[in-house]
Design a protein around this ligand. Structure first.
Ligand SMILES: Nc1ncnc2c1ncn2[C@@H]1O[C@H](COP(=O)(O)OP(=O)(O)OP(=O)(O)O)[C@@H](O)[C@H]1O
Length: 260
């Protein structure tokens, strides 16, 4: 049984169609990545997956008893607040020393237990957030642009830790990422979202799909196009009310983005 089964989900926010008949699944132990331009509904879809937003139509089914660990994009901590990593892991719920040490070790930062949160580098901080997400021994990890702000080698290290976790613990991973070069090497399946599911499948399949190329270009240029997109909003001013021009004849967004 799938861990998550999203079936034909439609949702408007502020009068705008944000998710249009989106379907997707996450199977046990697989790494699924959502890519898409700014404003294409990626974060909204994540909120639907964790149950923070309810769709207007369609269904969201989570495996019974599913444990989800969520790693946010960032978390603001008051810089004047003295807070060690160890204490942070016990907020809001106290955890044992053993559990805290195990989670930190699994996230690759076992040595940082007694450091101040405010002294951590960006990469260390994200790993502590990862450790916090691991405390519940999740079946599914959700990462929403968890490496934003890290340099290329920092984010490559982070994703390699994620792959190790999947291997060692069999945890499934659903992530949003703008880093196409990393996504293409670490994911089992990629879902390209632009309000609707434009295309989906194995990374090589998606990278060569016309719908994906229309959005991101080809090869490394694709990654660069997305990067540029991220930093200057000039080449794609989607307001996603929205734009079906990239649909290229894919008139069946309800086709489920799942493995065969
Ligand atoms: N609470 C809200 N009320 C109204 N509109 C919203 C709300 N949340 C999101 N939106 C709109 O929904 C659309 C999708 O937003 P979402 O954050 O899901 O996109 P995204 O793909 O994650 O974007 P990005 O890559 O920039 O993070 C955007 O047009 C956004 O402005």
């Amino acid at each position: 049984m799938s861990l998550i089964n999203i079936d034909n989900v439609t949702l408007h926010l502020g009068g705008r169609l944000v998710l249009d008949q989106v379907s997707m699944t996450v199977e046990p132990g697989e790494i699924v990545t959502i890519v898409g331009p700014n404003g294409s509904g990626k974060s909204t879809l994540m909120k639907v997956v964790i149950g923070a937003l309810q769709p207007e139509s369609g269904t969201v089914t989570r495996q019974k008893g599913l444990r989800i660990g969520y790693v946010p994009q960032k978390l603001h901590i008051d810089p004047t607040l003295p807070l060690t990593v160890r204490r942070f892991l016990s907020l809001p719920k106290r955890v044992s020393n053993d559990a805290a040490h195990a989670a930190l070790a699994d996230a690759g930062v076992g040595h940082l237990c007694m450091r101040q949160m405010t002294d951590l580098s960006g990469g260390q901080f994200q790993r502590v957030l990862l450790a916090r997400a691991l405390l519940s021994n999740p079946d599914l990890l959700i990462l929403d642009e968890a490496t934003q702000g890290l340099d290329q080698s920092g984010s490559a290290d982070f994703y390699s830790q994620i792959e190790t976790l999947r291997q060692d613990k069999g945890v499934a991973v659903l992530m949003v990422s703008h880093e196409l070069h990393v996504v293409m090497s670490t994911s089992d399946r990629v879902i390209c979202l632009n309000g609707h599911v434009c295309c989906h499948g194995a990374p090589e399949h998606v990278a060569s799909a016309p719908e994906y190329r229309a959005l991101f270009g080809t090869g490394t240029h694709g990654a660069l196009a997305l990067y540029r997109h991220d930093h200057s909003h000039d080449h794609c001013d989607h307001d996603h009310t929205y734009d079906h021009s990239h649909n290229h004849g894919h008139d069946h967004p309800q086709e489920k983005a799942k493995s065969a």
